[in-house]
Design a protein around this ligand. Structure first.
Ligand SMILES: [Zn+2]
Length: 62
């Protein structure tokens, strides 16, 4: 098992797993983020650039 890849992001407040979906991602002056559908916490993401035509995003833990 690789371990590196999971199927979604984990909300840093409630640990709810949010599936990777383009609709879940928002971008504003502060950067890229997704909003947890359960507790509405904003979870910050950072871009790692493009690979194979897809934008790679990583959680920053903020
Ligand atoms: Zn949450």
């Amino acid at each position: 098992m690789e371990g590196e890849w999971i199927n979604g992001w984990l909300c840093i407040r409630c640990n709810f797993e949010v599936p990777f979906k383009a609709e879940a991602i928002g971008i504003d002056d502060f950067g890229i983020y997704f909003i947890c559908p359960r507790c509405r916490r904003r979870n910050q993401l950072e871009s790692l650039g493009h690979r194979n035509g897809a934008l790679l995003l990583r959680q920053t833990g903020k």
